[in-house]
Write a protein that binds this ligand. Structure first.
Ligand SMILES: Cc1ncc(COP(=O)(O)O)c(C=O)c1O
Length: 358
């Protein structure tokens, strides 16, 4: 049986359909570190090749130590996984209950995984008019409807906006009072680490954080993510993954990535600067409205007659791939998302948009 997934970054399918090789496409649809993998990760990968003759370290000892040091938490607060998507798929069978509320627009895998376990899913939709902010009074009323689990992504994807820590703390309290478990997806939080709720959640009985090493560290092909939670919860999640769910190369890359603070610093600086430039340039098109972002992508709304699907097709002729966001609940067919790439690629995008909107 084959599955089709509605995500950014599906360059293999797109390239096949166009009869070109994947590297002929400039992919703005997946939001990955524009500086690529760190030199220390590259070295660690090469040095680990001989270790492929052994099974991976199933305790994930070194990576847990590195994460504990990086986040100033205990190694017991972490579960390592084959991408945070693996954790998303484990949670519905771990969590008690059967009714979930998802703050939308949101990553489509929450619904997909919950549905596999026969959860009833409701949505709490944030709107562009309110800059995707959460009305906590309204949320409190929604949670009172017997919600067992709340799914929330911070910073939001595809909108890129950041909910302040005090709002997350408030939502956590609302969840406690309502008997709701909070699943907080911080897949892009490395771009604004100071806003993470990790120190709250690491000691909470009713919350877990999901983190991805795919985006900031630029290794989507390796598959690496982790959860932050109290030791009981991470223990349960550890057991669900089986002994060798994370491969040797991913473990080595993750540990090296956390040690390369220079590459992380450069990434933050570069993304901040390129995001600002890309934002300013996109804003100059009268047909486009750009939404503020704390991460490495921007959500854009087309104000002219064109749909995001039409724009995507027009840009595909120039081998540029953007993310049409019409499949996201709460967004119309006019929204698209672009990653912040290197300055040359961003410039190419501007030139292509100029030919479309001139
Ligand atoms: C919001 C969000 N969470 C989680 C993921 C999953 O990331 P991964 O499984 O690569 O760690 C993605 C991937 O696009 C995402 O956008």
């Amino acid at each position: 049986m084959s599955h089709s997934y509605d995500h950014g970054g599906n360059i293999f399918t797109v390239a096949r359909a166009m009869g070109v090789t994947p590297d002929a496409i400039t992919d703005f649809s997946a939001s990955i570190n524009p500086l690529g993998i760190s030199p220390m990760v590259r070295k660690a990968l090469l040095c680990s090749l001989d270790s492929l003759a052994h099974y991976p370290d199933s305790s994930h000892h070194e990576l847990k130590q590195a994460l504990a040091c990086h986040h100033n938490l205990s190694p017991d607060n972490f579960t390592i996984a084959n991408g945070s998507t693996e954790l998303i798929y484990h949670l519905p069978s771990l969590l008690p209950g059967k009714k979930a509320l998802i703050i939308a627009p949101a990553f489509s895998e929450y619904v997909r995984s919950l549905s596999q376990h026969h959860w009833e899913v409701q949505h709490f939709v944030l709107t562009p008019e309110n800059n995707f902010s959460i009305d906590t009074d309204k949320l409190e009323r929604a949670l009172a409807d017997g919600i067992d689990a709340l799914y929330l992504c911070n910073p939001g994807n595809p909108n890129g906006s950041l909910h302040p820590q005090r709002v997350i703390e408030q939502i956590h309290s609302l969840c406690l009072a309502a008997g709701t478990f909070m699943v907080l997806d911080e897949a892009f939080m490395d771009f604004c680490e100071e806003a993470s709720a990790k120190h709250l959640v690491a000691h909470s009985d009713n919350a877990i954080i999901l983190r991805s090493m795919t985006k900031f560290f630029g290794i989507p092909g390796l598959r690496l993510g982790y959860a932050i939670g109290n030791a009981t919860l991470t223990g349960h999640l550890d057991a669900m993954g089986g002994p060798w769910c994370v491969n040797t190369l991913a473990l080595a890359a993750g540990t090296a990535a956390l040690h390369d603070s220079e590459h992380s610093r450069k990434t933050l600086e570069y993304v901040r600067q390129e995001r600002r430039l890309l934002f300013q340039k996109l804003e100059q098109f009268p047909q486009l409205q750009v939404y503020p972002s704390s991460v490495n992508y921007l959500l854009v709304e087309i104000k002219s007659g064109m749909t995001a699907r039409e724009l995507r097709e027009r840009l595909m002729h120039q081998r540029i791939l953007i993310r049409d966001c019409s499949s996201f609940m709460g967004l119309s067919d006019r929204f698209f998302r672009v990653a912040v790439r290197c300055s040359e690629d961003n410039q190419r995008l501007m030139e292509s948009l100029t030919t479309v909107f001139k």
